[in-house]
Design a protein around this ligand. Sequence first.
Ligand code: MOS
Length: 758
Amino acid sequence: MASAAAPSPKANMGAPAPRYDARLKVTGEARYPADVAVANPAFAVLVTSSIAKGRIERLDLDQARAVPGVLDILTYENTGELKPAKFGQGSSTSIQDLGPDIFQDGQIIAVVLADTFEAATEAAQSVKATYAAQAPSATFGSQGLNSEDAAKVSQQHEHLPEAGDAETAIGGADVTIDGHYGTPTQHHNPIELFATTCEWTADRLTVYEPSQFVYGLRNGVAQRLGIAPEKVRVASHYVGGAFGSKGTMTPRTAMIALAAKRLNRPVKLVATRDQGFTIATYRAETRHHIRLGARRDGKLVGYAHEGWEISSRSDPYVVAGVEDSAQLYAFGAVKTKVNVVHADRNTPGYMRSPPVVPYIFALESAMDEMAEKLGMDPIEFRRVNDTMTSPIENKPYSSRSLMACYDRAAEAFGWKRRNRLPGSMRDGEWLVGYGCATAVYPTHIGPAAARVRLMPNGDVRVQIAAHEIGNGVYTVLGQMAAERLGVGLSSVKVEVGDTRLPPAPVAGGSNTTASSCSAVLKTCDAIRAKLFHASVTANDGPLAGRNVEELTLTDGKVAASDGTGENLADVFKRLGMSTIEEYSEFVPDGLEPDAVADLYAGKLTMTGGPHGKKVMYAMGAELVEVHVHSQTCEIRVPRIVGAFAAGRLMNTRTVHSQYMGGMIWGISSALHEATEIDTRYARYVNDNLADYMVPVNADVKDVQVILVPEVDHDVNPAGVKGLGELANVGTAAAVANAVYHATGKRIHQLPIRIEKLL
Ligand code: MOS
């Protein structure tokens, strides 16, 4: 039945099937990696550094070793056999050693192993480290940072977008905007902590760890241990939140594997919440300088965007969101530059919508300022600069429904009630503001392989090492197989998240549904072809001599257009088979044929977004109402409306959930979230869920999601654009623009808190 959470499908949308794993999750039957029972485990507790820069001079382990039940303590003195893994090739950081050199606060310096978690905890607290500490550089404005041009140090971002002569265009423009923007450090904080359990059976290792890329983790761990990848299995059947934090290998995994080997006993680690802030990745703090030039009639003529992103001392992690922002409108000339700013911090990493969240906040804030300066409605300003051709290399869009999204959202929101004058709308003591911004996310696509089995009774099994991170992958893969093989969803068993299965890409870049569904579609079609061939080439039987083109597979029958059909069981008999099982590999256009072989080796190549012959993006429009109290400056978001188009939608329920969650996270990003840093020590202060601010129910009122139909035959065989990371893009700018509209104050630095408005 349709409800707000399960919208009725419109054109090119799949049914809102309830989640395949819903019952398992609510009944506690779903086993997350830390839930997997292993025999006689030892427990690991991490010790992390209390300085950000310097060297361990002495480690005193006597007191720790004396705690009853302590079995072993790993330190830099006994972990030399671990081999380094290169940053950027599946490893989250090059800060992998337990010392003696310290590059970040909270670097792992010891792993204490004991018979019980309590003993390990007590012993970990008894490890005494003496350091030679140096003053660290924490963040923008700190002494001792070093900055590099991203194009020179990050292979991935060698060619940043450029078109025409932006300096001249902006210099000669009728109207210009010149602004500086900033976004804070944020941490993913998935509710499931960073856990790893390792178990050896002879020379074979099994790793139970929540992962967004099991093949990447398998190969990374094998490399660090110096063993063949075939000896390692990674199992991650459910992931309790990730948002990018579980996409790359972090240093802990190889340490726990080594500990289990030394003890000849399974070892289990569940790192604490505060350790999660430093032993994994986070969203980097950013700064932006944007200049826009436009003609009087609103046509943009130039866009210049320079970004600065904080990274660790050792690694050039950078998101370079100009690669996407530069495609967004008919800018005319474009000039971009990105700088990596090295500080004494842990290496940042992917966090939901990594490139676009900070860069689109800056651009969409500047767009609002430009609209105002031009005296134009901000939606109309975007319409004037809407385009089906990217300003970079003039590539066509595969499809683009941005203005359809704005129109649908504006109507539902009642945008026309907006009085353009800032500070002009009120509700009692509250100032009312309406703001809008664009959401955009590149459609990525990667290679994937799948195995599918069909039985004569219509039972189906789908196997693919995709990842269930809350994205609904069990459900949508099941739906794809059910549709292609003509059975009910309840007949389909789906297996994911295990290196025993054929490989799929990282559950990142919102590519999962597109890539994995394309692989499952291809594999199911191979089964259909076998069945159809058997039916038409038979000497007898109802479909003998028919053309396969006119056949379909529905309700357990191969059927022709005139209704003539043959039961599956009969077709299987004809084939002399009890089961049909197919394996196939899907390689998207633009990738090398050996892309799947690379995937088996843990190496992922992806295409799409700005990279193909056409540019591919999912888009949306977000309209927000804010109330700002006239005396206290308290900020409220009574409602938000988002309309989105992302090609074929596999399941309107899971899509609705992704969009709603995304917009709520966007509100969080706008008003609440920031990791606070004590700059003296380059240390995170609010490294717990009590002090790390996120919105609660009272902060989120009316969230309306509109699904705008869109058909795109270019993106991939499934016609699916990635959307998991679409809806939290642009929200922060929409809120900031609404705050301006309410108060007349532009806040360029997130989060927008009361003190910034006072
Ligand atoms: Mo997502 S941050 O691309 O895992």
